[in-house]
Design a protein around this ligand. Structure first.
Ligand code: PAF
Length: 280
């Protein structure tokens, strides 16, 4: 496995555009990332994984400075999962001058849910992903469904800019108790970790109640938030959306169909997100 730090070295290692499968990450890797790398490797093309903590997608009060940088360990894990090239640029390589050009994603999909609570987040994500796509020039890129809205935003960006890249979603990897693996789980205390599954449980309850019908969705969502708050969480949102476009289902629309329940909530100082695809 090669580890390269510059776009020039990446191009030298991979001179033919459209010849690799790409897994972008911010490092501090866990089994969820490695599952994406194994999924990428199953295509039989070289796998490129990037490791770059992207300042542009962090708000000033968020955890950019304390986000763990664990390059040596990450490289060992990536090598064992079948990665061929690690692209680990520093900030000067990715942003040699102030990034004046930015991607402004469609507000219909990027200013809701995560985008509502983290203004500018998807601008930062799309800008770095477009730049990474330009550097890596992959044929396929794999993004985890754990960041469900991110996957949908990237899909739409790729389609609307006619980028010759297939975007593939990877299933969420979960711990034995069902907690979605996340780099931020490492911030949890033992007590918080024991309670962290409650977010996924709240989403499962919301999905079941929505499918049963009868009660307006807004009422169910408010109850779900309240139930989590009573357990000591600070919920940002728990919501059921159409899987196609993350639109809000109308109250008089049939509840048969393909839905996703998405949620974000803080336990202690740690903000977790999760989602559950389901069919009514
Ligand atoms: O999902 C992530 O880890 C990041 O948002 C990504 C896609 C690597 C962009 O920085």
């Amino acid at each position: 496995m090669h580890v390269v730090h510059t776009i020039a070295a990446l191009r030298a290692a991979l001179p033919v555009p459209g010849s690799c499968v790409f897994v972008p990450t911010m490092g501090n890797l866990h089994d969820g990332h490695l599952a994406l790398v194994r999924q990428a490797a199953a295509h039989g093309l070289p796998v490129v994984a990037s490791i770059f903590v992207n300042r542009l997608q962090f708000a000033p009060h968020e955890d950019f400075d304390r986000y763990p940088r664990t390059l040596a360990r990450d490289c060992e894990l990536l090598s064992s999962a079948g990665c061929s090239i690690v692209f680990a640029p520093d900030e000067a390589e990715m942003y040699p001058e102030p990034q004046g050009f930015k991607v402004q994603p469609d507000p219909a999909i990027a200013d809701i849910l995560e985008g509502h609570f983290r203004p500018g987040f998807f601008t930062g994500v799309c800008t770095v992903v477009l730049k990474l796509f330009g550097a890596v020039q992959p044929r396929i890129a794999v993004f985890g469904k754990k960041d469900y809205q991110q996957l949908m935003v990237i899909r739409r960006m790729t389609r609307q800019f006619a980028l010759p890249i297939e975007i593939e979603g990877g299933e969420t990897t979960r711990a034995a108790d069902g907690l979605a693996l996340s780099s931020r789980n490492g911030y949890l205390s033992d007590t918080e970790r024991a309670h962290a599954i409650e977010l996924a449980q709240a989403l499962a309850t919301l999905a079941r109640q929505f499918s049963e019908g009868g009660t307006p969705l807004a009422t169910l969502e408010a109850r779900a938030c309240q139930a989590l708050a009573e357990r000591g969480w600070q919920p940002d949102y728990l919501s059921v959306r159409r899987r196609t476009d993350l639109g809000i289902p109308a109250d008089d629309a049939p509840r048969s169909g393909d839905w996703v329940a998405l949620g974000a909530a803080r336990i202690g100082a740690t903000r977790l997100i999760d989602n559950l695809e389901f069919s009514g």
